[in-house]
Design a protein around this ligand. Structure first.
Ligand SMILES: Cc1cc2nc3c(=O)[nH]c(=O)nc-3n(C[C@H](O)[C@H](O)[C@H](O)COP(=O)(O)OP(=O)(O)OC[C@H]3O[C@@H](n4cnc5c(N)ncnc54)[C@H](O)[C@@H]3O)c2cc1C
Length: 414
């Protein structure tokens, strides 16, 4: 009988949610000897969701976002240390190169958890222009909001843009939200649901402008105005860019790993022998939805962090390699409203509000692709969303989903 060998040293690159969860999982195994975590930020892992909510509103100090670390002598945290390259030429000994030139052989393998960075625009270097990804971004933006700017302009009506708008309104600031599509969230949720989600913003005084493209951010040292593609301009002393993110893969150029829109993995999250990826950076074929994509949500970072760590152990004969199948789940808090989306709306062909209504601000919309239900978006309907989340673990016929929703509506009407 062959006894599985000790596993180590292992490198986890990215000291955030997916990386931390991977570490927590790795140290559950007695076979693991050493894990070193390299993180380019100066901070130990912290949670990002409160940055655009409690921290920005001023309800939480930034330190409260710190995540609980693993108390284990086998783990070394090297924050403020950026990985600059990965060499996978020898499949049994991946090699990490750090920005300072140091090289580490890691026969235990590598967990890539380098996340994603915000997209920006020309002019983003002007003072007063912000992105919101890191704790330092949130502290910088909050300090600017504390100075009570007279015009905050938010570019992009997605999750980050909408949450920042809500935080600014709750601070009594004047906000304009610019969205290039017909409605905020249109691409992800459809125009009707997008409008319903953004309605509260309009009611609270946010100047929401759709079909509006930005041409330039202008000012001398500090931003002064946003020029729009239609030739008009808006005064702005704070601008927040909520334009989505791109995966942090530049350091993997020439690594032998396929990168494009993320680190390309197989269904088990393996990117190369003894190299796995997890979280916002990982692109993999999700067998549940037949999609090859990345997911940029908190819950996925945790689940993938765990799965990738187990997959790495399987490379060494500890456990078996399993595909990672998941029903994505994301939430967003805006004012007192909670939006949750379960499943995948990617390429949906039809959206129907099947429970409640947009007017009552309590509803669940269902999404169809082909003959199947692929996602549900709930607005202030947490319990129902949980039901759909369980339901979506298996394929559900669209006709069955609609019939079930009608039965549920009839039961509530009685
Ligand atoms: C403001 C904000 C609010 C959010 N709110 C929600 C929410 O309400 N609901 C929800 O579901 N999701 C939310 N998310 C998304 C969620 O936080 C992310 O999906 C999650 O943080 C992804 O974790 P990750 O570990 O994969 O990547 P990240 O958290 O991006 O961490 C990656 C880390 O790797 C580091 N790194 C990058 N390159 C290198 C390198 N070469 N060497 C070393 N380190 C490197 C980065 O600096 C970073 O610290 C929010 C995100 C943000 C930014």
């Amino acid at each position: 009988m062959t006894v599985p060998a000790a596993v180590g040293p292992i490198a986890v690159v990215g000291a955030s949610l997916a990386g931390l969860t991977a570490v927590q999982t790795l140290v559950e195994s007695d076979a693991v000897t050493h894990v070193t975590v390299f993180g380019s930020e100066p901070h130990l892992p912290y949670d990002r969701p409160p940055l655009s909510k409690e921290v920005l509103k001023g309800a939480w100090p930034a330190e409260r976002c710190a995540l609980e670390l693993v108390d284990d002598d086998r783990v070394i945290w090297r924050v403020g240390t950026e990985a600059a390259g990965l060499d996978t030429t020898d499949p049994s000994v991946p090699r990490i190169r750090l920005r300072d030139g140091a090289v580490h052989d890691v026969p235990g393998g590598v967990v890539i958890a380098t996340g994603a960075s915000p997209r920006t625009l020309a002019g983003a270097e002007l003072a007063g222009v912000h992105v919101l990804r890191s704790l330092d971004d949130a502290v910088g933006l909050r300090a600017d909001l504390d100075r009570r700017p007279s015009h905050v302009v938010i570019v992009g009506g997605g999750f980050i843009g909408a949450e920042v708008a809500a935080a600014c309104v709750q601070r009594d600031l004047r906000v304009t939200l610019l969205e290039i599509q017909d409605a905020p969230f249109e691409r992800v949720l459809g125009a009707e649901v997008g409008e319903a989600v953004i309605a509260e913003h309009r009611r609270r005084g946010v100047d929401v402008r759709t079909r509006t493209a930005v041409a330039a951010l202008c000012g001398t040292d500090r931003v002064e105005r946003v020029e729009l593609a239609d030739g008009t301009s808006l005064p702005a002393d704070v601008v927040v860019l909520g334009l989505g993110v791109t995966p942090n893969v530049a350091w993997l150029e020439d690594s032998g790993i396929t990168v494009g829109d993320g680190v390309e993995c197989d269904a088990t999250l393996l990117a190369a022998p003894r190299v796995v990826a997890a979280g916002d950076v990982a692109r993999w074929p999700n067998p549940r939805f037949g999609e090859f994509r990345r997911i940029e949500h908190w819950d996925n970072a945790i689940r993938q962090g765990r799965h990738a760590a187990l997959r790495l152990l399987a490379e060494h004969g500890h456990g078996t390699a399993e595909p990672y199948a998941t029903v994505p789940w994301v939430w967003s808090d805006q004012y007192e409203n909670k939006l949750q989306v379960v499943g995948s709306t990617l390429g949906f062909e039809e959206a129907v509000i099947a429970h409640g209504s947009a007017d009552e601000q309590r509803f669940v919309a269902l999404y169809r692709r082909g003959r199947h239900l692929v996602a549900a978006a709930g607005f202030n309907r947490a319990k129902l969303v949980t039901r759909y989340r369980r339901m979506l673990v298996e394929p559900v016929l669209w006709t069955d989903a609609l019939a079930e929703a009608q039965r549920a509506a009839a039961r509530t009407a009685v």
